[in-house]
Ligand binder design. Sequence first.
Ligand SMILES: C[S@@+](CC[C@H](N)C(=O)[O-])C[C@H]1O[C@@H](n2cnc3c(N)ncnc32)[C@H](O)[C@@H]1O
Length: 263
Amino acid sequence: MSETRRLHELNRVAWDQAAARYTEWHDATVAFINEGKANLEPAEREHLGDLRAVQRAIHLQCASGKDTLSLLNLGAAEAVGVDISAVHIKNARALVEATRKNAHFVQADVLDTPASLDGTADLVYTGKGALTWLHDIAGWASVVARLLAPGGRLFVHDGHPAIWLFDPQATTVQLVKRPRYFQLVETSTSWPAQYVGDVGNAPMVERSWTLGEVVTAVARAGLVVERLTEHAEDYWDGFPHLADSEKGLIPLTFSLLARKPHM
Ligand SMILES: C[S@@+](CC[C@H](N)C(=O)[O-])C[C@H]1O[C@@H](n2cnc3c(N)ncnc32)[C@H](O)[C@@H]1O
């Protein structure tokens, strides 16, 4: 087994534990989707625009499907979600059954996304805690490129790699003790209390990809980068004690839009 696959397998086991918490949120998620709501951040909506022209959206690392079905509530005709966690995919299928939405879900490592989906996506959507779980960014980008139809778009909205440099508990912007930006790999055995809390202690391994690595992987896979935006807002309240006067000083998230050219 390659090192990438070994790390993805560790993460799969940890995510199965975390996904059990999402199972508890099933009823609330069904209500959210049935009310026609969409769990997308303002920056995501602004970058994506109207989704009514999207025939098929593929959501990579879709978790239990809330954001996947949100794409349908924003106008996409069909959505396909891919995730490595069997528990997440079971939750997502239960969500489809309860909401009768036009979506289906595939359990796979993103690197093994089935070839039957190749060339079928007007939109490949991912992010909000996605890329750090992957240990082969070039492999990820080549999967995105094969899934997209000519003219189709990739949209990523994810944590900015600079966040790892700053102390998440501080009230002012402070560097961590030994800041490291390049080739940062972090192992942990617990989840943030404000996220899923105490669900198990399987080890998980994250890798922070620099913006340069992400954009270069996308460009080398043959996509044309149309927009890269850095935002001072996050989607997870990762710096909860930061004084209002400090907010806006550092980038917390980024958005990337790229297009597969017509032949
Ligand atoms: C923070 S969640 C993303 C949540 C997502 N933004 C949402 O709510 O729709 C990260 C997801 O990545 C999945 N994941 C981690 N490694 C993966 C891999 N190698 N292939 C596919 N999915 C993976 C996890 O199971 C988890 O569902």
